[in-house]
Design a protein. Structure first.
Length: 754
């Protein structure tokens, strides 16, 4: 590599950043790639420090090194692919993605091997930059977070800087051309027109900044595409309502934010838009009852025998629910394939169902599902699917209306929703019940002597205590970075005893199984939590990022006491065990300030890019426009621009003055060598005599002497060069400087001879 420090530094820096991009992007699925990246960067640092001290590998030796690296790489790739394909649980690594990812380590290892080659020409540098660019593009396809964005941005700055220096090196010929190719790609370019290397980093940064200044406004004004995201063959794990994703606790990886709108709700009270919607409102969707091997399934319908709920009618009339009643009109796209209701669903005993669908025949009522909600028994033909729900906020927003289980064998009816297939979950729940007894929150005789399980009288108290424990204990943390450290264990057992970190599905699944282990019937509910107002009054958007999971527990009320022959009152209690700060609690609770800073940067990146929507972009542009057009801001901007202009003008004038003084001093010192030589032999200028006059007088005297007549014109030659440089602005070329120096040496020799 040429000895120019800027070219060397920029090239090594760009390649090192490309290696870090690849290592970080693939570290989640292939942790060893991060080690390859660190090793490669360390080798580059050694090569950079010692490149001008030692001779590196010849072409044959470099080729042998490359062959060894290729053989080792192919051996590693075969072992890695084979081990992944043999794993029974590999939902996070698709075959297509795996085959693409294995090229990352090859790019990482070939970069330092190429740099270790002694003779490097233009083609070698193009190959290095091409490998680096491919690596950064690969990392961008695999990872979509703030760290990858920052590394790619740093790489862009270093790459532009390096390519600028590369251009200068090619033009000046300091980088050898490709063998059997012309040496000058820009033949005919005069050397005087080639820009100097000084300030090229600043120019490169200016070009990157200019590109960003164009890209960011375009990003904000560009509408969101309706096409699907290109995910390079990998399974995309993101926050959103997906049955396969939300019901499978074996999923691992970083959850991506999905800001797409899932469905819209129009809220009205007495025909007027409802503007005070609770931003934490839950919208229930699927109810899952069967859990096995880390996966939830719908299972059989629960609680078929209930009375006093609603009466079936051919046509629907809106029920009267009482004070505060409102109406929700849902518009759900067909692609979502779900039916969602405000939770808890409220109904009037003996009245019409609270939900009905818009059809050609009018509003048609829904059917009681037996699990605290209603369902539409027909297919979803319309797009969007629209229906209406009558709803009323309750004093206890987590309790459903009362009902009776009239099944002849209620124990058999609820048996499917008290099954706990994970034995160690009962161990965890038993310890919690013991703690509650010790603290006095439960009586010592709360357990039934026959079953050793808490009696139904205490089910509601235990359910709420378990929920509070999961939501507040510092031992369990919420995170969107899902991992499986012990894949030999059930995901719920691993969550409670080992990783102790997860998302809402793991918190809710743990609570459901903990309740079941204590004989408390419980189901998992999938839906959404939260909504955002739209530009239309009363209309709210529920987004995919609001997807949530919670638990419904079947609670029996014992006050007032049930009459003989009448079943006790039952209710569904909604329980949300996910920590309240789940939306932002993605950092390690035991982390340092560095991890906190990383979480803050990641959050701001997600706000700007990951969670960005057309509405948010328009709001950002509107806010910026309002701020930029304020009088004080305009005055400040104008004052700053004038100050910068005056400062730059003053600095330029100062630089010109300094340069002129330095040039005059240098030129005077240069001409002073002739004056010193002549003064040592008795020639001194008369007062007021100009350099040209003095040189002409000395030349006349030297011509009269035999030994100095051949060099009599030297003073005049130096004086002419002095006037051209001092007053004509014509710099001395290296050839002319050498000729003047040679003539001055001849004059010195002639004057020294006797």
């Amino acid at each position: 590599m040429p000895a120019d420090s800027a070219f060397r530094l920029s090239t090594y820096l760009a390649l090192a950043l490309a290696c870090l991009c690849i290592g970080y992007a693939e570290s989640t699925l292939m942790p060893e790639v991060a080690a390859f990246a660190v090793l490669s960067v360390a080798l580059m640092f050694v090569l950079y420090r010692n490149e001008n001290r030692y001779e590196y590998l010849s072409i044959p030796a470099a080729n042998r090194l490359g062959l060894v690296i290729m053989l080792l790489y192919f051996a590693w790739a075969l072992v890695r692919v084979a081990s992944e394909l043999k794993r029974p649980d590999r939902p996070e690594v698709e075959v297509q993605l795996l085959m693409i990812m294995v090229f990352g380590p090859l790019l990482i290892l070939l970069m330092p091997a190429k740099l270790a080659r002694r003779e490097k020409h233009v083609g070698d540098y193009w190959g290095l930059h091409a490998a680096a660019l491919c690596g950064v593009a690969l990392s961008g396809a695999l990872a979509e977070n703030a760290i990858t964005f920052a590394l790619a941005g740093l790489y862009a700055c270093a790459a532009v800087w390096s390519l600028t220096q590369f251009y200068l090196s090619r033009v000046t010929g300091s980088v050898p051309p490709i063998p059997n190719r012309p040496a000058q790609l820009f033949a005919g370019t005069p050397l005087t027109s080639i820009p100097t290397r000084r300030g090229e980093l600043r120019r490169a940064l200016f070009l990157v900044g200019l590109a960003l200044s164009v890209a960011f406004p375009l990003y904000f004004v560009t509408p969101r595409s309706s096409a699907g995201k290109l995910d390079f063959g990998k399974t995309r794990v993101e926050i959103g309502y997906s049955a396969d994703q939300m019901t499978d606790l074996n999923q691992v990886g970083e959850l991506k934010v999905n800001p797409d709108v899932a469905f819209e709700v129009l809220a009205e009270t007495d025909g007027q838009p409802k503007a005070d919607m609770n931003v934490e409102q839950r919208w229930r969707g699927q109810v899952l009852r069967r859990y096995f091997n880390g996966r939830w399934q719908r299972g059989d319908n629960a609680l078929p025998g209930v009375d006093g709920v609603t009466r079936t009618t051919a046509t629907w009339a809106i029920p009267r629910l009482g004070h505060g009643q409102c109406t929700f009109t849902f518009s759900v796209p067909k692609k979502l394939a779900g039916r969602f209701l405000a939770d808890p669903v409220v109904w009037a005993g003996g009245g019409p169902p609270p939900v009905a669908t818009f059809t050609d025949a009018g509003l048609q009522p829904w059917t009681w599902a037996g699990d605290g909600s209603f369902y539409w028994k027909n297919s979803l033909d319309a797009d969007p699917f629209t229906y209406v729900q009558a709803w009323r906020p309750e004093s206890d927003s987590d309790l459903s209306p009362p009902f009776h289980i009239i099944d002849p064998d209620p124990t058999a009816t609820i048996r499917p929703i008290i099954q706990n297939p994970v034995p160690r979950v009962k161990e965890y729940a038993d310890a919690l019940v013991t703690t509650l007894i010790r603290k006095g929150e439960l009586p010592a005789d709360c357990r039934d002597r026959a079953t050793d399980l808490p009696r139904p009288l205490f089910h509601d108290r235990i359910a709420r205590a378990f929920t509070t424990h999961l939501a507040t204990t510092p031992e369990l943390t919420y995170t969107t970075n899902l991992r499986r450290d012990r894949k030999d264990l059930d995901p719920v057992e691993e969550f409670l005893f080992h990783t102790k970190a997860g998302h809402c599905e793991r918190f809710a699944s743990s609570l459901a199984l903990m309740l079941r282990s204590q004989g408390i019937p419980a189901v998992l509910v999938l839906g959404f939590k939260g909504c955002e107002p739209t530009e239309e009054p009363g209309k709210y958007a529920v987004k995919q990022e609001h997807a949530h999971a919670w638990v419904d527990a079947l609670i029996v009320e014992f006050t007032p006491a049930a009459k003989r022959g009448i079943p006790p009152i039952s209710r569904w209690r909604s329980l949300d065990p996910t920590p309240s700060s789940a939306a932002v609690a993605t950092a390690d609770p035991n982390g340092t300030w560095a991890s906190d800073a990383q979480s803050w940067v990641t959050g701001r990146f997600d706000d700007l890019f990951g969670r960005s929507t057309p509405e948010k972009r328009r709001k950002t542009l509107t806010t910026f426009a309002e701020w930029a057009t304020r009088t004080d801001v305009l005055v400040a901007i104008a004052g700053g621009a004038i100050s910068i202009f005056l400062l730059r003008r003053g600095l330029r004038r100062q630089r010109r003055t300094t340069a002129a003084v330095a040039s005059l001093a240098a030129e005077s010192q240069w001409f002073g060598r002739l004056l010193s030589l002549l003064a040592s032999h008795g020639f001194t200028p008369a007062p007021g005599e100009t350099p040209r006059e003095f040189a002409a007088g000395v030349a006349d005297v030297l011509r009269t002497r035999t030994g100095t007549s051949p060099v009599a014109d030297v003073p005049s030659e130096w004086a002419t060069a002095y006037y051209e440089a001092r007053f004509g602005g014509i710099p001395l070329t290296p050839n002319r400087t050498a000729a003047l120096e040679a003539r001055l040496t001849e004059l010195k020799r002639a004057l020294s001879e006797p």
